[in-house]
Structures are given as C-alpha cells and as structure tokens.
Design a binder for this molecule. Sequence first.
Ligand SMILES: O=c1ccn([C@@H]2O[C@H](COP(=O)(O)O)[C@@H](O)[C@H]2O)c(=O)[nH]1
Length: 280
Amino acid sequence: MNPHPFGARLCRAMDERGPLCVGIDPHASLLADWGLGDDIGGLERFSRAVVDALADRVAVLKPQSAFFERFGSRGIAVLEKTVEEARAAGALVLMDAKRGDIGSTMSAYAETFLRKDAPLFADALTVSPYLGYGSLRPAVDLARQSGCGLFVLALTSNPEGAEIQHAVRSDGSTVAATVLARLAAENAGADPLGSFGAVVGATLGDLSAYDLGINGPLLAPGIGAQGATPRDLPEVFGAAVRNVVPNVSRGVLRAGPDPSALRSAATRFADEVRAALPSR
Ligand SMILES: O=c1ccn([C@@H]2O[C@H](COP(=O)(O)O)[C@@H](O)[C@H]2O)c(=O)[nH]1
C-alpha cells in the first residue's frame, strides 16, 4: 500500500488551492479561437499555455486524452510532456482516458497510466465499469500500490448515459447504484478520503435516489459549456457535496490564450464553487 494515497493528496490540494479541476481539452474549434493551427504545433502551444497559466494554482488538471490521440504518436508525445510539466508545477493530473476492457487488457491500461515509471503516469485515471465492475480490478490494485486514484463512470453528464446507468438489475438496484456501492466498499475506512472516485455529472439535477456517500471524490463534469453552474452542486450532490471535485474545461479554456484571462476564469469558477459549497 502506498503511504501517500491519492485521496489524501487530493484533499490537501483542494484545501490549499481550492476545489477545482480544469480540463485540458484542445478542441479544433478552441485551437482556431486561440489563433493556432489544428496541428501538432497548435496542440503543443495550447497545452503548454494551459499548464503555464494554471498548473501552479489549480488543484487538478484533467487532460482529455482523445484530443491528443487524434494526432497519433506525436500527440501522445505532447500528452506525456503536458502530464510531466503539470505534475512538476504541483497540479495533480487526472488522465481522462475512460479506459475499460476485459481484466487482462485492463491490466495493460493500468500499467500505461498508473505504473510509477510509465511515460504517461498520472495521479488518477478515468475508467469505465461497463464491462463489469470486476474487470477494473487490475486498475484498482495497481492504483492502491502506486498511490493513484481512479474515477469510475457512474452517472455521466450526458443525457444518453441514463439508458444504461439507470437500468434496473434483477435485484432491483440500478446499474449506477451498484457501481457506487462497489466504490463505497473500496473506500471503506479511508481517512480523510478514499482514492476511488465516481464520475457524476453536475447536469443531472436531484440525485437523492442515489447514495453518493462513497467516502471518495465525486468528479462533477458539466459545469460551463454543458450548462450546469457551481450553484447547482448542492441540489445535485446533497450531503456528498463536500467531496465534489467540480470540472470545468471549455468554460475556462474559452478565456485563452491570454494567461491572465485563463487564470481569472479559473479563479472565478473556484470562487463560485467555494461560495456554493460548505467548507471542507
Ligand atoms: O460524464 C462525463 C464524463 C467526462 N466528461 C468529460 O469532461 C470534460 C467536460 O468538458 P466541458 O468542456 O467542461 O464540457 C470533457 O473532457 C468530457 O469528455 C464529461 O463531460 N462528462
């Protein structure tokens, strides 16, 4: 077991820097808005600008792997550098790659992102439980060993997610409730917070039908471009709101490329989140 688990490191980072996760999502449209080409040079300049502006002040940076992967091996090289530089500047890095596969392949995904000496080593990784929660076991085990975290898709911010996540199983519980219960078991006894989080969209309205008390972080995407605001968080998360890690990607990135405008946008969201949340 690692003596510096992700959950504890995340609590410290949010206490020191404020509870915000900013996404690094180099959409083609954002590259154009920033006056950059939709090419490897544009990707590199965009990512470096976000890291330079924010990695020394926000708690978590979340590169969206898809926007790097679309440039092939050179995009992956930029992603490696982005992760390394963001971590060196003090941000926790959550790799948003949403991996999920049969256990033996999951093991290779885990080694890609959660093995200490891997080129893409990150503090935490998003994973999908929809090949069965048990298929994530290799990632859970390696995360524990490396002091990393996982964020497991439970109730995603997109409207299409409901058809699977709200589906009722033969025992009467929903699929998402089962994922949440498995996470609560992973985090049992962890103090101050477990390392195994859930992804729960800030766009979803009242979730009182779900037990979000998993003793782990709740990554809340959907703020900004998808329409949710920090003021929605208490209604969506109820008593679990104190463990929310709100994510904003385009809502901050659209302020760029000026570094001070990026910082102001992130500060504005962090202030709004602080005002909406009870103190930790
Ligand atoms: O349920 C989910 C899970 C992940 N995401 C990701 O978060 C960001 C959101 O970006 P915005 O620009 O703030 O809308 C993006 O990387 C998604 O892939 C999500 O939105 N919902």
